[in-house]
Design a protein around this ligand. Structure first.
Ligand SMILES: Cc1ncc(C[n+]2csc(CCOP(=O)(O)OP(=O)(O)O)c2C)c(N)n1
Ligand SMILES: [Mg+2]
Length: 668
């Protein structure tokens, strides 16, 4: 493309409408070429986006990751061509016109939906509707928390969101806007593509919701504008920036705006316009250029707007260089936890190995967290209203409150999905390591955002307690069965189910060290004995599984277990040996994923060649991978029941006797 200097020389009086039409043309042409994609939303929101990016957003395409940039989230991710067109026009080096010509093709940067890490400047992955706006709440909160620590000199930016009808219909949006309104996240500005159309047709097919009233009820400032009236949009954004509350700007738009026959119709939502309609659109909007051609004066106008962000970035860098907080800020934003955290955890393991502490692993987690949180200020805790069950708060953690963001503990409310998305936003924003708790059973409620933590390789730690029928009397509604299988099936997610206080501390260490992978800590409600009395400096959980008990004689059977069932496996091994003279090894397997990553020799040495019995108070699905064709499984085959935990273990036959019997059946 032409250089900026050359472009400037041809810059004439380009209107913002021309700049918006460049987005429209690039979107419809890219979708047409790919024969796939969504032209309606980018065309409908082109005017709003031009005002937002042209006049307000401080981003710098040459330094896309400077920490104090404004964050932009395209929550309506199906409109990805809006973002790609903007990036191309603004001059992101990885988004030349050729990338737009390869929209949605294998290996291109222009993935079907925007993917964080896939192209520069994409702050979060969107596409599953509702996730973007909810993730943005975490970003806006992280901005305030970081500002509270380092001052407005270093942290002073906005989070802008473009959301569609779909994002606002999704249930997660309710959790997110309630939390944002409560916490008075005034730097959050949502531009709603209020086109009253979704895939099936007019939104009146399925909703009568008064969205402005809903947002007002949640404590937001709400404005409504004609989304094609650029001055009105600009005035609304200006007002929103001054507000002391988060803002919704309802932008009334026409989906596919510019297309003379299809504009306003759901037909533009997710299909190419077709050659004839594209030609008619060109005529209608006065776009007399070939596909993918952007005239120099319009390109120049776009590039000039990018200079605003560049200047802001330079000024910020100067402030950082002169700031006494520079080192602390850089450490936080770099995300590297201090060595003191891991030294504290090592000391914790040694001390508790000596004491043989018998606690529930949720309690062990709380104790480990006390050590962690005492050694770093980067961790941000929270729970979805189960703080005293998940045991996620530690001494000296003040709560984050409306208008007061200096604390370290977030009461997320009864909003598992919103909490998970907010944690994604906090992690993506940078400066903090978020962890948050709920019951394992309600991992289902958070699932959409957990999946994105994994897809985006974010260090988010899920503290999921009450991890089996071992929770007892609350019954089958609260007893997870299939959840471990679901979580283990998720790529790039470490699922840790520690067996005692030592493994719990080890798993916490591994979760914190997993800079590019989220973790789920699956923890018991009930007390568990300490199984690893002999202290070793080595983190034995780091290989995913290890031999906890090796018999003196040649192994006749290997018992494999996780979490609370390791105790049962150990008792069964002892019984097999004393009552039947059978040599049984016990393998503790706190993390399948890490074990899978070990070399074949190590795996073989752990699993052995003797028949195997696995025991886990959960669904069998997945265990055949470890027990093989000839193995046996002791666990759950259906839902649980309401009763004291010991009765339930007996009732469902997850006992020492059952494991020993299964082993005997295999080898005799
Ligand atoms: C969670 C989720 N459910 C369903 C979809 C499929 N989907 C993609 S766009 C869309 C309609 C969205 O409507 P709206 O936000 O109004 O977008 P517009 O048609 O106005 O562009 C649906 C149902 C999705 N991407 N995510
Ligand atoms: Mg819509």
């Amino acid at each position: 493309m032409t250089s900026l200097a050359a472009l400037k020389s041809v810059a004439t009086a380009v209107s913002e409408r021309d700049m918006a039409n460049a987005i429209r043309a690039l979107a419809m042409d890219s979708v047409q070429k790919a024969n796939s994609g969504h032209p309606g939303m980018p065309m409908g929101m082109a005017d709003v986006a031009t005002v937002l990016f042209g006049r307000f957003i401080n981003i710098d395409p040459t330094t896309p990751d400077w920490p104090d940039r404004d964050r932009f989230v395209l929550s309506a991710g199906h409109g990805s061509m809006l973002q790609y067109a903007l990036h191309c026009l603004l001059g992101y080096e990885d988004m030349p016109i050729e990338e737009l010509q390869r929209f949605r093709q294998l290996g291109s940067r222009t993935a079907g939906h925007p993917e964080n890490g896939h192209a520069l400047g994409i702050e979060t992955t969107t596409g599953p509707l509702g996730q973007g706006i909810s993730t943005a709440v975490g970003m806006a909160l992280a901005e305030r928390m970081l500002a509270a620590r380092h001052g407005a000199d270093l942290v002073d930016h906005y989070t802008y969101v473009i959301a569609g009808d779909g994002c606002l219909q999704e249930g997660i949006s309710h959790e997110a806007i309630d939390l944002a309104g409560h916490l008075k996240l005034a730097r959050l500005i949502v531009l709603w593509d209020d086109n009253a159309i979704s895939i099936d047709g007019p939104t009146s097919l399925s909703t009568s919701m008064d969205q402005p009233t809903r947002f007002k009820a949640a404590g937001w400032l709400v404005q409504s504008v004609d989304g094609h009236d650029m001055e009105a949009v600009a005035a609304a954004i200006e007002t929103a920036r001054q507000s002391d509350r988060p803002s919704l700007i309802a932008c009334r738009t026409v989906i596919g705006k510019g297309a003379p026959n299809l504009g306003g119709s759901e037909k533009t939502h997710g299909a190419p316009l077709g050659d004839a309609e594209i030609a008619a659109t060109r005529q209608n909007i006065g776009w007399d250029y070939a596909p993918f051609e952007v005239p120099d004066d319009i390109l120049s106008a776009w590039r000039e707007t990018a200079e605003r962000g560049q200047a802001a970035r330079r000024a910020w860098q100067q402030r950082l260089a002169a700031s006494p907080r520079r080192e602390a800020f850089e450490r936080a934003i770099g995300g590297r936890l201090p060595d003191a955290v891991f030294e504290a955890l090592a000391a914790f393991r040694k001390e508790n190995a000596e004491k043989a502490t018998k606690v529930a692993t949720r309690k062990a987690s709380e104790m480990a967290l006390a050590a962690i949180n005492g050694a770093t200020e980067l961790t941000i805790g929270g729970s979805a209203d189960l703080t005293h069950s998940n045991l996620t708060i530690t001494k000296g953690m003040d709560r984050i409150a409306p208008g007061d963001y200096a604390g370290r503990y977030i009461h997320y409310g009864i909003r598992e999905h919103g909490m998970a998305a907010a944690m994604n936003g906090i992690a993506l924003h940078g400066g903090f390591v978020p962890y948050g708790g709920t019951f394992l059973c309600f991992a289902d409620y958070a699932r959409g955002a957990i999946r994105l933590s994994a897809l985006m390789s974010q260090r988010v730690v899920y503290v999921m307690t009450h991890d089996s029928i071992g929770l007892g009397e609350d019954g089958p509604t609260h007893q997870p069965i299939e959840h471990l299988a679901m979580l283990r099936a998720t790529p790039n997610l470490n699922v840790f189910r520690p067996a005692d206080i030592i493994e719990t501390a080890e798993c916490w260490e591994l979760a914190l060290k997993s800079a590019t992978r989220p973790s789920v800590l699956v923890l018991s409600r009930q007390n568990l004995p300490m199984l690893r009395q002999a202290h070793s400096d080595e983190n034995r959980s780091s290989r995913g599984a290890y031999v906890l008990r090796e018999p003196s004689a040649h192994r006749a059977v290997t018992l494999i277990a996780t979490g609370s069932e390791v105790e049962i496996a150990v008792a069964a091994a002892e019984r097999l040996e004393t009552e039947h003279g059978i040599a049984a090894a016990v393998v503790s397997m706190p993390c399948w994923e890490l074990f899978e990553e070990q070399d074949a020799d190590y795996r073989k040495s752990v699993l052995g060649s003797a028949p195997r019995v696995a025991v886990e108070a959960a669904a069998r699905l997945g265990w055949d991978r470890w027990i093989g064709d000839t193995g046996a499984f002791v666990g759950m085959t259906g839902f649980g029941a309401s009763a004291p935990a010991p009765d339930l273990y007996r009732h469902f036959d997850i006992t020492t006797e059952a494991v020993a019997a299964a082993a005997l059946k295999l080898i005799i």
